[in-house]
Design a protein around this ligand. Sequence first.
Ligand code: L34
Length: 285
Amino acid sequence: MGNIIDGKQLSLRLKGEMAEEVKALDAKYGRVPSLAVILVGENPASQSYVRGKIKAAGEVGIKSDLITMPADISEEALLAEIERLNNDNLVDGVLVQLPLPKHIDEERVIDAIALEKDVDGFHPDNVANLWLGKPCVEPCTPKGIMQMIAECGFDVAGKRAVVVGRSNIVGKPIAKLLLDANATVTIAHSRTADLGAVCREADILVAAVGRKHIITADMVKPGAVVIDVGVNRDTETGMLCGDVDTAAAQEVASYITPVPGGVGPMTITMLMKNTIECFLNRIVK
Ligand code: L34
């Protein structure tokens, strides 16, 4: 039976280390890193994730500012707020929680965030830098996944990785990070023919589709490392579950991440890391 990679435990340790680092930064530079989070509307899942981000900032000693806006806010008003934060020299990171209400152009909003404050790594220039192999902010979820794989002592180089899902936030960037770690990477998705056969090739299987239990135990290669990025609400029980049938897949895998308590907490922890990175890039410039 495979081991659970405990994202909560790993997060606790990393946040502890960052808290020390932030203390040292405060002593050296006379201020701590600061993060502004904008939440538009009242999506309960977004509210929960954003609460997690503000709480983590407190634990690490990062200054945080939560800016909530009503769902019917105009795009112009949101852009004006981003502009204000861009121009505030004491703000190091600006994050706009997604998804946004339909009347707001998400692309335009992400474009408006100053590149040097893009703690999510979503800005097009950041994405370009990632794919060109230039210095960049790595998006939080993929960055957290790589930490979790490293944590189980698994050497990615030369191995086969299959990423199921092709979103800009997870699928595409995690494929690039795995490629950089010298894995042989396949990006599969909902239209992949014989998804099971493709997944069974994977030494590292990353599921980022957003569909409950799309990955069953028979799709997992014995001994594989399985990373479950799904955060799905079970419509019957209201319970949170991943894209992987965890209990059954754990019998086959060597390591597997749980939902909840896996990739989600690590996404938040990597946001703290990125905020410190942006602070350092800005302050030594
Ligand atoms: N701008 N929008 C922006 N940046 C992000 O990095 C995100 N993401 C995704 C959605 N929109 C975003 C997040 O923050 C997903 N995401 C996220 C963050 C945290 C958790 C899940 C998704 C998380 O902490 N999940 C907990 C359960 C939380 C609960 O019970 O609701 C877990 O243990 O998985």
